[in-house]
Design a protein around this ligand. Structure first.
Ligand SMILES: C[S@@+](CC[C@H](N)C(=O)[O-])C[C@H]1O[C@@H](n2cnc3c(N)ncnc32)[C@H](O)[C@@H]1O
Length: 632
């Protein structure tokens, strides 16, 4: 039976495979540190293929560079042997929710999510440390060697010393920040859908550098805009006698398949540009819109005479054919001017408007003060300093996402993004459709220790992740209460699955079942760590097989053993069934095969007898030939 791999993606290997498709003769073999043969690239040959366009060595070129960039790239490509361990106690509606809260370093999280969420996320919003000289930046280990890399991160886990201050006096002040951001953005891009968008909050400290690395990672052509957002109304002498009131939100598309959605008309715009309703135009605020077309400008239009109610005839080139104009007239959607003899115009009601394009200048979209107030209202204390306002994230989201989309925030802080997603879903019920939305969130947050002097610490919150999770619990409950009278509100998903990043479930760090030799098989028998549960194993299998982590999970007892079924069973098809119990016999294997699930996994050492293990594939071949069967 084939074994699961249980490692994150190795991008170097993937890149070699991609090159091999285009230039198979450039792929060669070389020996790795253990003396094993592995695939490599013959650069001399590849250069010949590209000889006209090679930029080599010290030659000048347009690019952003900093000490550590090369290592940052290696960091992004280095696979890790980590996994996500579910935590039911801290979750809400664990079995049914489609939202995820991942606790741990976002670099690990982004690597772990690569397979499962590749090209699936519609919007990413992040609000990383701005590198103000006071905030903390995660210091990755840039050692190229995988063994050292993992050993080192394990050691730092024990120390708990994961974040380091990045003061301006640090000689690598900008470099360290860039090295932190670069691999994360690179991995994040892979997760975006083709029509996905990333928004990144930033201020003057690093906006110039961020723009440059994003141009490189997302492509200059995919730069959408930098929103200038007014974060506070007060003025203070922030730096060199300038009162800094604004900050930026950079936005990049994954590809040219993206356009921002129109926004609904602002109250201010309606007030200044629309007329009040009256007996003649009774359906609310309205405005006249010209329907004449200039001759020669567009070359289009329709020429015919129109007679006004007062009998005056206008012979012009109109935007609509005569039949369409007559329909407008019948619906009383024509404005003839005050004296009923003017050039006719179309009546456009505000309520029928398709909205307007957004602008890149947001001076009236909430403020940091309002963000803090939301936390104060929910917790009764000032538990988080850098909360973004809810309305800001809701406004960004509504430019991009549809009701079923996934939003990722991997610097989640107090989880404003999760709050915004639940709020938007609830508001759908109160507006058009009488049905809640089904946008889903993935939050990632380091369990960064709270300061002993902080209000949050005194209230018992030891990490920022604890604050984030509690905010979602409280916000979800409040949103449901606030919308209690709305149809369908009982279906609002205010749950979330807590998944914590941890070392692999396997004892030896480099366990890779595919590579097991006969000699190591015995050792592999005790290879699952003693403290790991069946659900821990289940999530590692989901990750490895790229099965959606938010699928419902159902536990059944079959032939006296616990079997987990994963998937949206609405259509009668589960994605995966897993049994990690010992004592698996032929009756259980047959019963499971009859369920015809897409994938089935057993514990390698879980069979009562070796013969049963040897027969598993045969049994499935007979009863459910489409099922993929693996062992862990
Ligand atoms: C500016 S705050 C985000 C605030 C958030 N937008 C809100 O409204 O609450 C940045 C957050 O990123 C977290 N963070 C920093 N480095 C991280 C890392 N490597 N992985 C995950 N989270 C990280 C910090 O703990 C902090 O909570």
């Amino acid at each position: 039976m084939q074994k699961l791999d249980l490692q994150t993606v190795n991008f170097t290997d993937e890149n070699i495979e991609k090159l091999a498709v285009m230039f198979p003769h450039c792929v060669t073999e070389e020996r790795d540190e253990q003396g094993q043969l592995k695939k490599g690239i013959d650069f001399d040959l590849l250069k010949q293929e590209l000889s006209a366009n090679i930029v080599d060595g010290q030659q000048e070129r347009y690019q952003i560079n900093w000490p550590g960039k090369r290592q940052a790239l290696i960091t992004a490509n280095t696979p890790i042997n980590k996994t996500l361990r579910p935590c039911r106690e801290e979750s809400v509606d664990f079995d049914s929710t489609q939202n995820l809260y991942i606790e741990g370093d976002n670099l690990d999280a982004l690597k772990i999510l690569q397979e499962t969420y590749l090209g699936k996320v519609k919007m990413i919003y992040i609000d990383p440390p701005y590198n103000t000289g006071k905030d903390f930046v995660y210091k990755d280990n840039f050692t190229a060697d995988k063994a050292e890399y993992e050993l080192d991160s394990e050691q730092r886990d024990e120390d708990g010393g994961r974040l380091v201050a990045n003061p301006e006096t640090n000689g690598r002040y900008h470099s360290d920040w860039l090295s932190m951001m670069y691999p994360r953005l690179k991995l994040a891009r892979n997760l975006l859908k083709d029509d996905g968008v990333i928004f990144i909050s930033i201020d003057d400290n690093e906006v110039h550098n961020l723009r440059k690395i994003c141009d490189e990672i997302f492509g200059e052509d995919n730069y959408l805009t930098s929103f200038m957002w007014k974060r506070k109304k007060e003025t203070s002498n922030d730096s060199r006698n300038v009162a800094i009131q604004g900050e930026y939100i950079l936005s990049y598309a994954k590809s040219d398949a993206t356009n921002f959605k129109n926004e609904s008309l602002s109250k201010e715009y309606i007030k200044t540009s629309y007329k009040d309703s009256n007996d003649e135009y009774p359906l609310g605020k309205w405005r006249p819109v010209p329907i004449t077309v200039s001759k020669g400008l567009s070359g289009g239009g329709y020429e015919y005479p129109i007679t006004t109610p007062s009998g005056k005839v206008h012979n012009r080139i109109w935007a609509y054919p005569e039949a369409s104009f007559l329909k407008l007239k019948k619906k009383e959607l024509v404005y003839w001017g005050l004296d009923k003899s003017g050039v006719p115009q179309r009546v456009m009601y505000a309520q029928d408007s398709k909205g307007q394009p957004t602008t890149n200048y947001w001076n009236d979209t909430s403020s940091n003060k309002e963000g803090k107030k939301v936390i104060l209202d929910l917790f009764g204390g000032n538990y988080f300093d850098t909360t973004k306002p809810l309305k800001l994230i809701m406004r960004l989201s509504s430019l991009v996402i549809d009701k079923e989309d996934i939003i990722l925030d991997f610097f989640s802080g107090s989880a404003t993004t999760a709050h915004a997603v639940m709020q938007l879903n609830a508001e759908d019920a109160s507006t058009c459709s009488a049905q809640v939305g089904n946008r889903k969130f993935i939050m990632v947050q380091l369990p960064e220790i709270t300061d002993e002097k902080s209000e949050a610490y005194k209230a018992g919150y030891r990490t920022i992740a604890e604050i984030g999770k509690e905010r979602i619990r409280r916000a979800g409950k409040k949103i449901k209460e606030d919308h209690a009278d709305k149809a369908g509100i009982e279906n609002l998903d205010i749950g979330f699955r807590v998944l914590k990043i941890d070392s692999s479930n396997m004892n030896n760090v480099y366990y890779s079942p595919n590579e097991l030799t006969q000699a190591s098989l015995q050792f592999a028998e005790q290879n699952i760590k003693a403290d790991r549960t069946a659900e821990d194993l289940l999530f590692q299998v989901l990750l490895d097989w790229g099965v959606d982590l938010s699928f419902p999970i159902v536990k059944e007892e079959i032939e006296g053993k616990a079997v987990y079924f994963v998937g949206d069973n609405a259509h009668g098809d589960y994605e995966l069934a897993a049994c990690f119990d010992d004592g698996v016999d032929e009756a259980l294997v047959k019963a499971l095969a009859k369920r015809e699930v897409m994938r089935v996994v057993f514990k390698d050492t879980g069979f009562v007898k070796d013969e049963i293990k040897d027969n598993v594939e045969q049994i499935f071949k007979q009863l459910s030939p489409e099922t993929e069967v693996r062992a862990i």
